[in-house]
Design a protein around this ligand. Structure first.
Ligand SMILES: Cc1ncc(COP(=O)(O)O)c(C=O)c1O
Length: 362
């Protein structure tokens, strides 16, 4: 999608696909499945077993495979989990600015989005969360909190204390937490991901996890929903047909990534760390009006372009004048105006060319 959606002269640094070679262990596993003709329906807990091993090694988290369900992808998994804990017309709290499909999927399923904007430092704001949770249950409906951890687009890696506080505030009002942790493996040197379900008070919550972002497998559909210790019965009520959605070959690929491609992931993280330093330097040099506070997670950079005088949607000017495609800030909700999201997961050469084109558009 990244390289096909625009005209050939446009440099694409938008959708969260990475310009990387597929990890060899993943390619081997897929090739072997094709050689065997192993292309039928999925069965068993191979994906959950692989995630459990990865979670233990990376985060010291003993994830209970019994409390998992395979889902077609993270967004459809979120939709199915939200159906378990809310009804039509109920509220879903999100921390704007946030991943655009949070708004789209939630409103398409007839839930209301309530924004609890991040603070000026891009962090969760307890007072704002408390107000949003209170509003969400006003009138007696059920409510959920769709947490993005690490946060897309700012790259914020939430701390254990922040997460525990958010859980406490949600619990006090009966708001169910659904944590989208798709970017969890993409946490760069200097930061550490804390799985939501490991913090105190998270038992009634859920997590959605997938290898799709970290290993660039979005075209090989599969993801996992994980229930907290008190949410197992809810997850068990997920309709069986949801598990027919993920691709069997996708599951093979994701499991191989989690089991055998951690070295590849570590190299990726080193490269991304280099790229965020490179981007900071390039912006200082060519576009000093842009404010960039590198986040600890994701391969996305959230750029405050308000000082450039390009209006609410600088991505439009960068595309039109510079032929570089970035994500448009306003689509991320409140706090997005005057911003763009740039995808760092590319070569240093492309990153340099992108900043050069952006600078030429101002
Ligand atoms: C926070 C977040 N959630 C979900 C997704 C989409 O995941 P999937 O393709 O598994 O639905 C993305 C993709 O970039 C994302 O950034």
């Amino acid at each position: 999608m990244k390289w096909r959606a625009y005209e050939p002269d446009v440099l694409p640094l938008w959708v969260a696909e990475m310009d990387v070679q597929l990890a060899e262990p993943v390619a081997d596993a897929v090739r072997e499945a094709l050689r065997l003709g192993d292309t039928g329906y999925p069965a068993g807990t191979v994906y959950a077993d692989a995630l459990s091993g990865f979670a233990r090694d990376r985060w010291g988290w003993d994830l209970d495979v019994e409390r998992t369900a395979i889902v077609p992808d993270v967004m459809l998994g979120i939709v199915e989990v939200l159906k378990l804990v809310t009804g039509p017309g109920d509220a879903v709290v999100v921390n704007s600015p946030v991943y655009t499909p949070f708004y789209q999927f939630v409103t398409h399923m007839d839930r209301r989005v309530i924004e609890a904007p991040l603070d000026a430092g891009g962090r969760l704001d307890p007072a704002t969360l408390e107000t949003a949770f209170t509003r969400a249950v006003e009138g007696g409906g059920r409510a959920a909190y769709l947490l993005c951890s690490p946060h897309n687009p700012t790259g914020t890696v939430h701390t254990a204390d922040e997460l525990a506080h958010a859980a406490e505030l949600a619990n006090a009002r009966g708001v169910r937490v659904v944590a989208d942790e798709i970017h969890a493996p993409v946490v760069l040197p200097g930061a550490r991901h804390v799985p939501f379900l490991t913090v105190p008070g998270s038992g009634s919550g859920f997590s959605l996890m997938s290898a799709s972002k970290a290993w660039n497998l979005a075209g090989l559909k599969a993801a996992l929903a994980v229930a907290g210790s008190e949410a197992a019965a809810d997850l068990a009520a997920m309709p069986e047909e949801v598990s027919h959605g993920p691709s069997h070959v996708g599951i093979i690929a994701h499991a191989a990534a989690l089991r055998h491609a951690t070295g590849w992931l570590d190299s990726l993280l080193e490269g991304l760390d280099e790229n965020r330093k490179l981007l900071s330097g390039l912006l200082d040099k060519h576009l000093p009006g842009v404010r960039y506070r590198p986040g600890g997670g994701t391969f996305l950079a959230w750029l405050d372009c308000r000082a450039l005088g390009l209006g609410d949607d600088p991505a439009a000017a960068f595309l039109e004048r510079g032929r570089v495609a970035l994500n448009s800030g306003p689509s991320f909700g409140t706090g997005g105006a005057g911003h763009v999201r740039l995808n760092l997961a590319t070569s240093p050469e492309i990153l340099e060319e992108a900043v050069r084109r952006m600078a030429g558009s101002v």
